[in-house]
Design a binder for this molecule. Structure first.
Ligand SMILES: [Zn+2]
Length: 111
């Protein structure tokens, strides 16, 4: 298996766990490619849900990979691209202290 396919298989397994934690039943597509200004994005519309993650995410510990994907799913659950109160409330269902994990991700990605 090439690196790109291995990366996709790895993140798909994380996505399945994140969907369980966040109680998302819809089909969600995920792909890995470099992003300029962030490490992950989600787009959702009547045509479907798609998460894109930077390859940098795959270097994080599994717990933080899971957090990053749940963060994106929280945008979908709260139906907003912003970090609103309802967005954080969605994340808190899976992570009691999401802001600590948020900071840990940023620290590691910036390092
Ligand atoms: Zn966000």
């Amino acid at each position: 298996m090439g690196m790109a396919r291995r990366n996709t298989a790895q993140i798909k397994a994380v996505l399945e766990e994140a969907k369980r934690l966040m109680e998302v039943e819809e089909n969600v597509k995920v792909s890995v490619r470099p992003l300029k200004t962030t490490i992950a994005t989600i787009r959702f519309s009547s045509r479907g849900v798609r998460i894109t993650v930077s390859p940098k995410v795959l270097n994080l510990p599994k717990k933080l990979q899971l957090y990053v994907i749940c963060h994106e799913l929280a945008h979908y659950k709260a139906n907003t691209q912003y970090h609103t109160k309802s967005f954080w409330n969605e994340l808190k269902r899976a992570f009691p202290n999401p802001k600590a994990l948020e900071e840990e991700v940023l620290r590691r990605v910036m390092a």
